[in-house]
Design a protein around this ligand. Structure first.
Ligand code: SF4
Ligand code: SF4
Length: 180
């Protein structure tokens, strides 16, 4: 059995009643993750996206969760104030069956990284309506449970799923040859 250690669980609490659909969170998230940082604003590259239904005054911010390489078998249907939403509307995953939470040019998965390196997630900081609240708590977990994947690993996994590991390794080998 592995050693017990503390893990910080980071969450963003969403208060739908306070969200007015301004989409500032999408803009700041995409700007922060642009390369170079803040060089562009494109909500399609945001790791938070807003499900909108202005006529019924419903706005639900959803953060990008884990990348999954298969479609899930069971799906949920939501009806809010009489409006029925698509089956995958509130799902946080980047998965093969839909376009949400994918880099528009490369198709690589986008995952919320809680704005790594910042004191507070930027979508929380910039939401002037206080619809988003950042919370941290410590939990005891077994050491081998801590396997945080880097963004590069997630991207590589997605590429390998799409093209096959062999093609990726061949391409890397060719790139190395060019560099030498
Ligand atoms: S910035 Fe806040 S109020 Fe505006 S869309 Fe995002 S969560 Fe909603
Ligand atoms: S916490 Fe950072 S990375 Fe995550 S959705 Fe908010 S702005 Fe984007």
């Amino acid at each position: 059995m592995g050693e017990n250690t503390k893990k910080t669980i980071k969450t963003i609490k969403v208060d739908m009643d306070k969200c007015n659909g301004c989409r500032t969170c999408e803009m700041i998230c995409s700007a922060f993750h642009a390369v170079p940082k803040y060089s562009s604003v494109n909500p399609a590259r945001s790791r938070i996206r807003l499900i909108r239904h202005p006529l019924r005054d419903i706005y639900v911010p959803v953060h990008a969760g884990e990348y999954v390489n298969a479609e899930c078998a069971g799906r949920d249907k939501y009806v809010i104030n009489g409006k029925e939403y698509e089956e995958c509307a509130f799902c946080r995953a980047s998965c093969p069956s839909r376009e949400e939470f994918k880099e528009p040019d490369s198709g690589l998965p986008l995952t919320c990284d809680m704005c790594e390196g910042e004191d507070e997630p930027l979508c929380v900081k910039w939401c002037l309506n206080d619809a988003l609240t950042y919370e941290e708590r410590e939990e005891e977990v077994e050491e081998d449970e801590i396997k945080a994947q880097t963004e590069m690993e997630i991207g590589l996994e997605a590429l390998a799923d799409r093209f096959g590991l062999e093609k990726i390794t061949d391409a890397v080998a060719r790139m190395r040859e060019k560099e030498q």
